[in-house]
Ligand binder design. Sequence first.
Ligand code: A3P
Ligand code: MG
Length: 471
Amino acid sequence: MKRSSLDTSTANTALIPALAHIKVHPLSRFQRRAAPFRQPAEVGYFSYDASRSLRVNCDSALKFFHPPPLDGVSNNLSSGFEDSAPIRYIARASVVENLDSLLATLKTTSDSQTSLLTANDRGDGRPRFCTWRGIMTKILTAPYSSDTWELRASLHKGTLYIMEDPLISRASDGFSETDRGKKMTYWGYRFEGLSTLDHDPSTLDPDALHAAEVDRVQTGVVDTHIQFCSVIKTRIGDHDIFMGAEVDCLLPNADASSAKQQPSESTSKPATSPSATSKLRQHRYVELKTHRKIQSQSQNSSFLKQKLFKTYFQCFLAGIPRIIVGFRDDKGFLTKLKEYKTLEIPRMARNELQGEEGGAWDPAVCINFGEQVLSTLWKCLAQRNQELCREGEVEGWQVVYRVRMKNGSASFDGRSAGSQSRGGARGSWRGGASGASGAKSLMSAVNEDAEVVISDGIVGDDELIFVPKDN
Ligand code: A3P
Ligand code: MG
């Protein structure tokens, strides 16, 4: 195959022939018992520090949940937003993550001391996927979402790697760039800072705890470079999936406080091995969210159909059992906290949305749709890669396929949709301007022609290829 002459910086994917189309509607095709989903198990983790350096199997960035103040003064989520001396908001430029940190962790993580992605444990011939949790969330929530997205996929040694397309995802939804949007983004991060501590509160004496509580209110810095990510193995249907997922914090537990490695920054031997640590604490992971306080039935419906729907899949996929929502008023003051058990959300949504137009979302539809996308991807790309590599002129990892969600009136490159959302480890969603004004219900925003289009591969250049060949 000849190297493609396609200019990848302006590539119009509509010009590349499609290998497959997966229609979203009618949803009745997916309304059956859900494909088997394997309980996600953490196989490793990593932290990014303030300089964004990667620390494999290090949990220095993992914080402990501690309820935020709700006193009418310290509960101001805007505090620190405009401080300049010292600066209290260090925002990382929004960039699409390649898979490097996930792969680095998988390489060092295995019971047999060799990479989980190498052939030694591949006896079952099962298709494998390696991606970020945010991307799996996009795929699974597509049946009830009007978002558009575009991904890159490459196949190498029996594993299909998927990342978000940076060219497309750089496009902003517009709202995040407004003053209000920037402030609301800060509110979400500030909520994380006001709800967590660096140390397990159950191990601090009352004075130290009080000092930590005062510090987080008065001097706490929001630095979005710092992140803790869990690396997870799960399975949907026949497909093993390795995923990286950001985890916001850990629920303190006096009995199991040693589950965080001590000391995390030093070079001395950790108190527990990474895999033992994972087993001890995965059930204590917590996802934090903010949401505007709910004052009407329609606001409750949109919370259940949008925020909680996507947060459910964000957590379900990563095995995060708890979600703590900080409700706020329009000025950004926290008013209430509410905890949701991830696995109880579908039933809750079904009960509360009963009788409403469109009803509730059905998690089985999402899982079965996701399974169909993975199966089709695997089938098409495995066959096509074999054809393209037959002559030996190119290797599998050099071929890059595009996978895009065509939805509504969005153009092929998705820019007009106004509903880009992040697909990295964070995997959070703000569906266009919905964060600000409460967009129309996603159930009714769904376009009947929505489809996932898998485009034929092109031989990538250095900018396009994202799978390291030595992997
Ligand atoms: P909220 O989701 O509570 O509003 P996450 O919940 O995934 O851990 O993300 C934490 C916060 O990051 C979000 O808080 C929000 O403030 C910000 N964020 C995440 N995705 C975003 C996006 N696509 N646009 C703007 N802000 C985003
Ligand atoms: Mg969060």
